[in-house]
Design a protein around this ligand. Structure first.
Ligand code: ADP
Ligand code: ADP
Length: 230
């Protein structure tokens, strides 16, 4: 059971701060594709921070009925794969950076993830292919490439839940459109929590849309109902 249940989730950055998350209730049943949409300051990043256990929180987050707080970091990462805007690229080859998600990955698994993340042409264009250095002392990686590297890692991690953090933020429309294909493939057979301040074309990827305002979920409807209401 990989259902994710969030109850009365509260988070603040200092004891005398206002609550950035002021009692979030949210359900992600297995197989659901849910977008969480809200304006700047609504609490979206704080929600991602709680889910990735970057920030301490009050209330409960359970995965398959077990509190996330009781899990080891590795076990959380095996169940929730995060596609970050700026994936961490350490000073090493692209191959090693991808393998971070699954150290024992075979070349075949690596190539499959690369193809699914729509990175084939990119890897082919690199001077040393997968052995090209991408970290601090390596080649520059564009926003769209970075996002697809994050998707390839998520595919290698093969987690049942995909957490997408503002996947098209800062990308031009053409780059964003190309990313949809990789995202749609990565989402197949997985539950998805998509965090974004602007749904736009991403709406075609989800079946439900939750709206966040001032640290709370104020509505959760089907994508169809959301489109009619918007
Ligand atoms: P969003 O991602 O939707 O823009 P955030 O989760 O970043 O929202 O912010 C929610 C609230 O928490 C805002 O009032 C914001 O100012 C506050 N906040 C966010 N990060 C910090 C931080 N590091 N320290 C103090 N307050 C913060
Ligand atoms: P905009 O507001 O600039 O249209 P969108 O995120 O809605 O931003 O779309 C960005 C680009 O992606 C547009 O060119 C749009 O036609 C295209 N697009 C939108 N949805 C999809 C999709 N599901 N698959 C492929 N391309 C899409």
């Amino acid at each position: 059971d990989n259902s994710l249940t969030i109850r009365d989730l509260r988070l603040r950055y200092a004891a005398d701060d206002a609550w950035a998350l002021a009692g979030v209730d949210l359900d992600l049943p297995q197989g659901r594709r849910l977008a969480v949409v809200g304006p700047s300051g609504a609490g979206k990043s704080s929600l991602v921070g709680a889910l990735t256990r970057l920030y301490p929180y009050e209330g409960s987050i359970t995965l398959g009925g077990t509190s996330l707080a009781d899990w080891h970091g590795d076990d959380v990462r095996a169940r929730i794969a995060v596609v970050e805007q700026q994936p961490y690229l350490f000073d090493a080859s692209l191959r090693d950076n991808l393998r971070l998600a699954r150290p024992e990955a075979s070349d075949e698994q690596l190539n499959h993830a690369i193809a699914q993340a729509q990175l084939d042409d990119y890897v082919a264009s690199l001077p040393r292919g997968l052995d090209t250095w991408v970290g601090e002392n390596g080649i520059r990686v564009s926003g769209g490439e970075a996002r697809r590297i994050a998707i390839a890692r998520a595919l290698l991690a093969d987690a049942p839940i995909l957490l997408l953090d503002e996947p098209t933020e800062g990308l031009d429309a053409g780059t964003a459109a190309r990313l949809y294909k990789a995202l749609a493939i990565a989402m197949k057979g997985r539950s998805v929590l998509l965090i974004t301040h602007r749904l736009g074309g991403l709406s075609s990827l989800v079946d439900h849309v939750a709206t966040m305002e001032q640290g709370r979920i104020v509505s959760c409807v089907t994508t169809e109902a959301y489109r009619e209401g918007a």
